[in-house]
Design a protein around this ligand. Structure first.
Ligand code: S3P
Length: 168
């Protein structure tokens, strides 16, 4: 069985939905950000602050390469994981890529309270930053995805059921 890989922008619910989907299907769940933190022994913020974005992306690529060797799991990726086409190739070898989307206003509500996303913490208006990054990434997410679920008006469980129906 292939992995079910959740891709998409920050705050679209990849981790929460991924965990519930794994429970629903009786599969193991793995989150690339959590895996990077475990391997590095540091938080994502620490990696960005101490070593920068390029180092974070190379840690991310290593984790993706390794976990793509095996199938049968639900994998939640970080929002930038599919920006590198090599990562997309790795993930697709053993996985179906499900993209989660949400309107920028919903993303802002979801991520607004937390300060754990370095790419959104540069100051300036959060909504504008989210809109710009989403615009820059739209085409890449769209091309990588086998299936897309707009989570804006759905509960987490409804999102899980949409994915389950697609997989049937
Ligand atoms: C990033 C998304 C984050 C995390 C890092 C970079 C991105 O993951 O990997 O801060 O480039 O979109 P989430 O999508 O889980 O927030």
């Amino acid at each position: 069985m292939k992995n079910i890989v959740l891709i998409g922008f920050m705050g679209t619910g990849k981790t929460t939905v991924g965990r519930r989907l794994a429970l629903r299907l009786g599969l193991e769940f793995i989150d690339t950000d959590a895996e990077i933190e475990r391997v590095a022994g540091k938080t994502i913020q620490d990696i960005f602050a101490r070593h920068g974005l390029i180092r974070f992306r190379s840690e991310e690529a290593l984790v993706i390469k390794r976990l793509s060797l095996q199938g049968g799991r639900v994998v939640a990726t970080g929002g930038g994981a599919v920006l590198d086409s090599k990562n997309v190739d790795s993930l697709k070898k053993n996985g179906v890529l499900v993209r989660l989307t949400a309107p920028p206003e919903v993303i802002v509500q979801r991520v607004g309270k937390r300060r754990n996303r370095p790419l959104l913490n540069h100051g300036g208006a959060l909504l504008e930053t989210v809109q710009r990054l989403m615009r820059e990434r739209e085409e890449i997410y769209g091309q990588a995805a086998d299936f897309t679920v707009d989570t804006g008006a759905l509960s987490k469980d409804e999102t899980v059921e949409r994915i389950v129906s697609f997989l049937r």
